[in-house]
Design a protein around this ligand. Sequence first.
Ligand code: CAA
Length: 256
Amino acid sequence: MTLVLMERPAPHVTLLRLNRPEVRNALSPALRVELRDHMLGLSEDRDCRAIVITGNEKAFAAGADIKAMVATEPAEMMAHGDETNWAAIRNCPKPVIAAVNGYALGGGCELAMCADVIIAGKGARFGQPEVRLGIMPGAGGTQRLPRAIGKHRAMLMLLTGSMMDAEEAFAAGLVSKVVPDDAVLAESLKVAVDIASMPPLAVAEIKRVVLAGADAPLDTAIMMERRAAYLLFGTEDKREAMTAFLEKRKPTFTGA
Ligand code: CAA
């Protein structure tokens, strides 16, 4: 069975659907490898300008597969090289939108947090329940959650495994937008199409500077921003965008 289904629902937009509905899209090692391979391929695919990752109406993903973990020893965890799977998602240069319905728990919440934009349905639930299993998040949860919603709200979730609903997650800054459950995919694709219509080099530089700058001292980050901004002045798409504005016409971007 294909564990991650890939579609091209609109020009330059790729949709990845996690496909283990019988276990709430639990992220088995095999699924993570499939997802990694797609992300690596799309990272280099010049025709792809935005990626939407989604699950199904019940779950975005209920975390790592507990059945696959119950008897796993540390050495085996290390040998799996799971870090490279997550790195492929984290380091993807294309904008990633998480379209979240239902549960985004554990590794599922961490996957959503790797995305650049999170569109959640009203019934979505976010959480890091690892503590209840005697473990802890291992794919960024202890770092991304406090950065997204602040230490004290994150600690409450991490230490008790409690969940946040979509409205709370939006108010806390974890989610970009909340929409009715049945509008999540359409809204996510709309955002993806919108991003895909932007000049690709400007989009790529914005993503790169936002992410790299977040880990740098402010002065360094501002310098990175200025350099990247100046670089974009040398692109064809900048000339086209500004000329089109002045000529009162729609621009055509080539990615050059
Ligand atoms: N791994 C394996 N199987 C899972 C699973 C998971 N993470 N989550 C759900 N399933 C399976 C259930 O065992 C069940 O299987 P059966 O039909 O064979 O019994 C099926 O999916 C449906 O699940 P439920 O009957 O429990 O469905 P529900 O709608 O009542 O509850 C849920 C949904 C709240 C997500 C609940 O299934 C649940 O709590 N799942 C576990 C969530 C969790 O603890 N995730 C963290 C995993 S650890 C992790 O992710 C580590 C990391 O960061 C690297």
